[in-house]
Design a protein around this ligand. Sequence first.
Ligand SMILES: [Zn+2]
Length: 555
Amino acid sequence: MPTMRSALLGLCVLLASAVHAAAPPADLILHNGRIVTVDERFSIAQAIAIRGERVVSVGRNADVEKLAGPSTRRVDLRGRTVIPGLIDNHAHFMRAVEYWPEEVRWDGVTSRKQALEMIAARAKRAKPGEWILVLGGWSLDQFTDSQAGFTREELDAIAPDNPVLLQLIYFRVYANTRGLAALGVDAGTKDPAGGRIERDAAGQATGVMNGGGAVRVALGKLGEVAHTRMVGNARVMMRDLNALGITTYQDMGGRGFTPRYFEPMRELDAKREMTVRIFYNLWQEPETPAQVDAALANIKALKPFQGNDWFDNTGYGETLYFPLHDSTLVKETKPSVEAMAQWRRVAQAVADKRMHLNVHAQLRGSIESFLAAIEDIDKTTPVRAFRWTFSHVDQLEAQDLDRLRRLGMAIQLHSRPTIQGVLFHNVYGDKAYEMPPLKLVQDSAIPWGLGSDATAVTPSNPFYTLWWAVTGKMLGGRQVLKQTITREEALIAHTRSNAYFVFREGDLGSLQPGKYADLLVLDRDYLAVPADEIKDIKPLMTMVGGKVVYEATSK
Ligand SMILES: [Zn+2]
């Protein structure tokens, strides 16, 4: 007599196959691959099945094949590696849309000679008088042939008919003669606030302008791009990000960011033409108590999570009171009581709205002052549920971890040393080998993730970030970090962990049934290539929401 138990078992099997049979077939099956799922067990599968926008199954070829139907498309991966789409938890791409297609990007260019050749080639294609721009994302230290600054003479020689502007992070710009003229800089021009126009013995501007103030003024003179062109630029930018392997990122606004930068994304979202998921925090940069009053009104009006899984507001940040927006080119910072009082007003307003907050803090002084203020806010308004997050924290120390844990805060660490490594060492000496402390944070069990902070202070390529996190090297090859992590840890921090910051951990970050089919087919195996090759990895295909948004051949 079959026992009750075997009868029940039979019934379950029957039911399962009925459900299986009932489930509509997969639209697409990728098989014969190395599917790095980045699930909790970091399991690796052979095949993945996708229906509509989402993953329905991952596993062995034979099991996944069971979901095939007559109309199911199949892609034989021929052993290729697949990883979840990379999520950048902190970048400034919406602002970068403005000049994106026109810009020359020196991201990852390690030859100064080649960098100049790229300017010359761009000048050849340009109309006379058209700006030739390289807006950040590089440093002189990434060049292995020469780290010499750029002279007006050499820029004039390669682009005599076009104004040239080279932005070096936020502390210097280089311009040629046409560029100086276009910026309205001549012998009589006064130095901008917080900047200096370098002059030769005859008082002529040399083309070099130093200081954040000079960078700000120069960028401000480039002029606004019309909305329709911004929409076109935004399409190009998202395609380029897809080609780098980015499927989702969190936007932090950035200096000079205004609400007009949302419009192109709103339009493309309404047209269902997004190819990158963009979640943003609202950036405002009040510099006076009166400007804080205005900022508070906007915080009051802010309604996060009214969007969708392509474009949505997640909260506020990364800067609260601009005078306390610290820089990594000074040895230390000590926020004043007056400035902290303004900072506190903004943080309190965000807490009162029970909203997510991302806080830019790099140096000890900022970290300690902001932590103390948040602990005080937390006494009346616990912030744990709002996932408040520290960004950058290059000088985070072990003593901060317990305080962050008690507050339920999270941490975002960013790959600025890929170009700023030598700069960090020049300012902080050997301490820079611990900046930021990736290993300390990885071992702390505090929620954390990796990102770039692109496009002015870091290049945009997420594989540079993964390479730096694993090797501790900066572009050009110099060792700048000792707190490295494993490639598994780095990949988790650039995928699943970052879904937390955009409040989509149930939908994004790993290749598991029910989650969006956001994935990359790679040109080589991220888990097996020599560590130094990680920076050279390129997607062959990028998929977002089950749709192919980039294919290497179609570029
Ligand atoms: Zn920042």
